[in-house]
Design a protein around this ligand. Structure first.
Ligand code: NAP
Length: 490
């Protein structure tokens, strides 16, 4: 523990499982430790749920479902709106808590509170906009009614990199649609979700509507919930391999699924780009969250005629970044989540350099406490390097040159992922061509960050299924019923 304010904040975070409106210990009183990645110190001990605890959470969600589904949408909307307001009031606490348990700099954590909080407001507005249709059967012999209904109890699994936003992006649309949920945050960053669940209760979410389990046994606890016939929906954000495994489990019960999986975003800079804009965009697309974002630019595909100048300018910026614990005022680069992430990042950089890439900045783990890796720039990365194929999830900006537009498109699409792409060009027609040619679910055209609660977030190819946010987001938690009625005049 580092200071009184942090101690007070941590002491106010519930340490139990939230099941049926009660905070309770795990079966057998088992606990797991949560650490600060910037210091390696244990900051909390929380309940470590068993399979039976997971089942109890599903019992609570199933019991609470009929009443919540029948609650007028206006009431559900008001609860979410109160959650939005309460989160604004406690924004500093949530930002600091995320920085402590995850490591991101405080300024970025504040940004995540704004972004994550917005899902509560957006879906409070969407709740009352769910509509059906009524119309004549084309043969004129009856009337058709199309209505929307909540899918039922949902299981929501979130990753550690955006502890608040990944939770609100699922919980808010589920609640707006009339679904009840069991939430399982990542073991490395459960505190933000626990505090947010307490805030939801203060906002008026009834007992059993939101249940939270934390566990060091994600596999067995989740499998038992996913294979239970009472569950009707699985929404997962995390890595593609785990998503594939969960999809296979969900297939048995023909569950509705939403999958927000890995990325390998291309960041394409044409020779007609405004380089100032491209460099600024590159810094946000790469170094936000220390590169630990599914939307992080992974491959900087830069026209050969400007590649050297682009590399020179980003290297200059990278040398000005400040490494440290995210609570310190000037810090722009926090720690990676754990030792494994540092080892993986180092291996990717070493592989590229051994194949002939040029190291322009960084390239080393930072010795001492915490799991830090220097912000790094490598240019002329040869095709075939692991750095271009794998999701880096670290602060490494890898530049690969291209010759012409077709070449850029070929390199950009040469991945099994398809989450997001970034394109910098001042040529409108070229920008439009790239919208049509790049195989990604989202694109930033002269923009380095695309996330927005009002937009449909999601990927193509192995980056996932379904959309979160936007007008699409609530439909992930609704199912359609068509009813044919007799001709009222017959
Ligand atoms: P991860 O290892 O797949 O873990 C994600 C979540 O799944 C965690 O809650 C984890 O629990 C749980 N989990 C792990 N194994 C499981 C299993 N066998 N059964 C059920 N649950 C299991 O991914 P991560 O390392 O936390 O997150 C990084 C990945 O998430 C990256 O690939 C990134 O691109 C992706 N991501 C995607 C988006 C998007 O919107 N597309 C957004 C953010 C992140 P434990 O913590 O207990 O292991």
């Amino acid at each position: 523990m580092t200071n009184n304010h942090e101690d007070e904040l941590l002491a106010g975070v519930p340490a139990g499982l939230l099941i049926g409106g009660e905070w309770r210990p795990a079966e057998g009183g088992r606990t797991l430790d949560v650490s600060d990645p910037a210091t390696g110190k244990v900051i909390a001990q929380i309940a470590d749920a068993s399979v039976a605890d997971g089942q109890a959470a599903l019992d609570a969600a199933a019991d609470a479902f009929p009443a919540w589904a029948a609650t007028p949408t206006r009431e559900r909307a008001e609860v979410l709106r109160r959650a939005f307001d309460l989160l604004q009031e406690r924004a500093e606490d949530f930002a600091l808590l995320m920085t402590i348990e995850m490591g991101k700099p405080l300024a970025e954590a504040r940004g995540e509170v704004a972004y994550g909080g917005e899902f509560n407001r957006w879906f409070s507005e969407e709740a009352a906009r769910v509509q059906g249709r009524y119309g004549a059967n084309p043969e004129g012999t009856g009337r058709m009614i199309v209505s929307q209904h909540p899918v039922g109890p949902c299981y929501l699994i979130t990753p550690w990199n955006f502890p608040l936003a990944m939770a609100t992006r699922k919980i808010a649309p589920a609640l707006a649609a009339g679904c009840t949920v069991v939430v399982k945050p990542a073991t490395q960053t459960p505190l933000t979700t626990l505090l947010f669940a307490a805030l939801l209760a203060d906002a008026g979410v009834p007992a059993g509507v939101v249940n939270v389990i934390t566990t060091s046994s994600a596999g067995p606890v989740s499998e038992s919930i996913i294979r239970d016939p009472r569950l009707r929906k699985l929404s997962f954000t995390g890595s593609t391999p785990v998503g594939q495994r969960l999809l296979a489990q969900a297939a048995e019960g023909v569950l509705r699924t939403s999958m927000e999986l890995g990325g390998n975003a291309p960041f394409v800079v044409f020779d007609d780009a405004d380089l100032d804009k491209a460099v600024a965009g590159a810094m946000s697309a790469k170094f936000r969250n220390v590169g630990q974002a599914c939307t992080a630019a992974n491959r900087f595909i830069v026209h050969r005629s400007v590649a050297d100048e682009f590399a020179r300018r980003v290297t200059e910026q990278v040398k000005g970044l400040v490494i440290g614990r995210g609570t310190e005022p000037d810090v722009t680069i926090g720690p990676l989540i754990d030792d494994r992430a540092v080892t993986k990042t180092a291996a990717l950089v070493d592989d590229a350099v051994s194949r002939g890439a040029t190291l322009r900045a960084g390239g080393r783990a930072v010795p001492g406490a915490g799991t830090f890796y220097e912000p790094t720039v490598v240019s002329d990365v040869p095709e075939g390097s692991d750095l271009l194929r794998e999701e880096i999830f670290g602060p490494v900006l890898a530049i690969v040159p291209f010759e012409d537009e077709d070449d850029a498109v070929r390199i950009a699409n040469d991945t099994e992922y398809g989450l997001v792409s970034y394109v910098y060009t001042e040529n409108l027609a070229r920008g439009q061509r790239m919208i049509e040619r790049l195989e990604t679910g989202m694109m930033g055209l002269n923009m380095g960050v695309v996330s927005n609660a009002a937009a449909p977030f999601g990927g193509w190819k192995m980056s996932g299924l379904g959309r979160e946010g936007g007008t699409e987001g609530i439909h992930e938690y609704l199912q359609t019923k068509y009813t044919l009625t007799a001709d009222p005049f017959a």
